[in-house]
Design a protein around this ligand. Structure first.
Ligand code: ATP
Length: 251
């Protein structure tokens, strides 16, 4: 299907088309389309841009990732489909490992996603041969590798579900979530909750990382002064403000 470039929702419609194609290729599970729809709804409520608290969280995320001993970026079907290149370049910038971890797991789907990530430039993608389990999870999402997710100290989890975010926090990890919904269980649980679209968030984290790399003092100060509850509260305030103003515009 051809979407005219001047369509006001061109970007959004193109992404929907991409996700539809990725379902056909076996990379995205059909339920991933529902997750995406939930994300789009929250993006709409934040004017489809990176709001100020999201930028604060993205800067903190860059600091935590640069300060980590074993940073890992977790990739599921939607993440692979939407941002394969952004994941690869961020991983290189912060020296992080990439591990695929999916809820609807089959060997075939794992291989398809890993191969796709590698074709798009990701190196040494982990996840094919799990040799550890995340405690407290009964689903296949518990399956992981010891060198990657299991032994990570800081983990970036885009488009995550709440159970796994909780299990990772219970393991003592610093969990950085990218989830447009600031009141999801994931956002409530994470150490750093980024309520922004995945593409914008990954690019912003990368830019912050480039800026603060090598400046240890600034990295530590950013970590020590970051307040995640305040950030979440500010995000919710912005959504309320936008909704209220929209109503006043119409009244
Ligand atoms: P939880 O279990 O944390 O309450 P959930 O049940 O909504 O969340 P999922 O259905 O797995 O969990 O959805 C993942 C989350 O990812 C959703 O809350 C959605 O807002 C978010 N999301 C979807 N697409 C994007 C995107 N492109 N960028 C950022 N976040 C997204």
């Amino acid at each position: 299907m051809t979407i005219p470039k001047d369509h006001p929702r061109y970007e959004s419609l193109m992404r929907r088309e991409k996700l539809k194609d990725m379902v056909e290729r076996g990379i995205v599970d059909p339920t991933g389309l529902i997750s995406h729809g939930r994300g789009e709804a929250f993006d709409y409520l934040m004017d489809e841009k990176s709001v100020e608290p999201a930028l604060k969280a993205e800067e903190a995320a860059a600091a935590f990732l640069l300060n980590a001993k074993n940073p890992v970026i977790c990739v599921n079907g939607n993440t692979a489909a939407l941002c394969p290149k952004e994941i690869s370049v961020l991983a290189q910038e912060i020296n992080a490992k990439i591990e695929v971890n999916i809820f609807h797991r089959t060997e075939e789907r794992m291989n398809t996603i890993i191969r796709f990530m590698e074709d798009e430039g990701a190196e040494n993608v982990l996840g094919r041969k799990p040799d550890a389990r995340i405690p407290g999870l009964s689903s296949d999402r518990a399956l992981c590798t010891k060198e990657g997710i299991f032994d990570s100290d800081v983990i970036l989890v885009p488009i995550e579900d709440g159970d796994r975010a909780e299990a990772l926090v219970d393991m003592g990890k610093t969990v950085i979530s990218i989830d447009l919904n600031p009141i999801s269980r994931t956002s409530k649980t994470a150490t750093v909750s980024i309520s922004d679209d995945i593409s914008r968030a990954l690019e912003n984290i990368r830019k912050f990382a480039i800026k603060m790399k090598g400046n240890e003092e600034y990295i530590i100060e950013t970590i020590n002064t970051y307040d995640n509850s305040q950030t979440r509260q500010e995000t919710i305030n912005i959504i309320c403000f936008i909704l209220k103003n929209e109503f006043q515009k119409e009244a």
